[in-house]
Design a protein around this ligand. Sequence first.
Ligand code: ATP
Length: 202
Amino acid sequence: MRFTRLRLNGFKSFVDPTDLIITDGLTGVVGPNGCGKSNLLEALRWVMGENRPTAMRGGGMEDVIFAGAASRPARNFAEVTLALDNADRTAPAAFNDSDGLDVVRRITRDAGSAYRLNGKEVRARDVQMLFADASTGAHSPALVRQGQISELINAKPQNRRRILEEAAGISGLYQRRHEAELKLNGAEVNLARVDDVIEQLA
Ligand code: ATP
């Protein structure tokens, strides 16, 4: 799956609907200081399921909504759409019948975030898993923010290993293992309860 278009609407400084066409090959974003280059990268992370306000350089998630300017009032919602090419049919089965996939995340003041995949409401986890399986996502080392290269050079070997794991395409497996472990723990607690009940009945 390849990113083909990013649309921002009310996201940070992008108050008006703005489309960015992402073509094959390397994409560079250039512009003067403060024009919104980092906001674009943050929009990509956000639509892929980023939930840490600090990763969005904000105090709370609603800080991604356009906060107003001298000539423009604040907006009540922010929406980011990421269009993916699905010609290779690697999307999850439920969404694999079309050549394209539109992932939409919308946040409304006091109402939180909602996600849609090709118009159908889905959970944050579904979107995060979609990108993890495609070896990308909000935490992907493929999205390089300012200062990150020097951080990588000085990183501990464990942190560098994460990049190799991402390249090997096993990030989704880690998330599934974590969820399986949580379920296993839950089952063990239930089993212990059953043992208690049996003991009381005996
Ligand atoms: P630099 O090259 O200096 O790193 P940049 O091009 O990466 O800059 P960004 O950091 O992406 O620029 O954008 C900063 C701009 O976005 C600032 O003008 C800031 O006021 C604006 N901005 C950030 N959040 C919001 C928001 N919620 N509402 C309105 N404007 C916002």
